[in-house]
Design a protein. Structure first.
Length: 126
C-alpha cells in the first residue's frame, strides 16, 4: 500500500507540474548544447568571442570615462589608463596572457575605435 501511495503522489506531482518540468528539461538541454559548442571551439574562436565581448565593454567604459572627465579636454591619457585598469579589473584572466604588449596594443586600438563610434553617435544625436 505504501509503495502505491508513493507512486500515486509521484504521478500527481508530474501531472500538476508537467509544464514546469518540460521547461526545466528544455533549459538544461539548451545550456548543455551551448556549453558543448563552446568547449568544442578552437582557442582562436574562443579568443574572438572574448574580444567581441570586451569590445562592447570597452565602448561602455570609454563612454563612462568621457563623462567622468567631461570638463577636462586634455585628459586622454587619464581616460585611457582608467579604461585599461578597469578592463584588467573586470577580466583578471587577461593578466595571464603571455604577450601583454600585443594585448595592450589591441586594447588601445579598440579604445580608438570606441572613441570614433562614440563621436559618431554623439554627432548624430546633436
Amino acid at each position: 500500500m505504501n509503495i502505491l501511495n508513493g507512486i500515486q503522489n509521484f504521478l500527481m506531482f508530474i501531472n500538476n507540474n508537467w509544464t514546469t518540468i518540460l521547461v526545466i528539461v528544455g533549459l538544461v538541454i539548451a545550456i548543455a548544447k551551448k556549453a558543448i559548442d563552446f568547449f568544442n571551439k578552437s582557442d582562436e574562436e574562443k579568443v574572438e568571442i572574448a574580444k567581441a565581448q570586451i569590445k562592447e565593454t570597452i565602448l561602455k567604459m570609454v563612454t563612462e570615462a568621457e563623462l567622468d572627465y567631461e570638463e577636462w579636454n586634455k585628459a586622454g591619457s587619464i581616460k585611457r589608463a582608467q579604461v585599461i585598469s578597469q578592463i584588467y579589473a573586470d577580466y583578471p584572466i587577461l593578466s595571464k596572457v603571455i604577450d601583454q604588449e600585443d594585448l595592450i596594443k589591441w586594447i588601445d586600438e579598440t579604445i580608438d575605435e570606441s572613441l570614433t563610434t562614440l563621436r559618431d553617435i554623439v554627432s548624430k544625436n546633436e
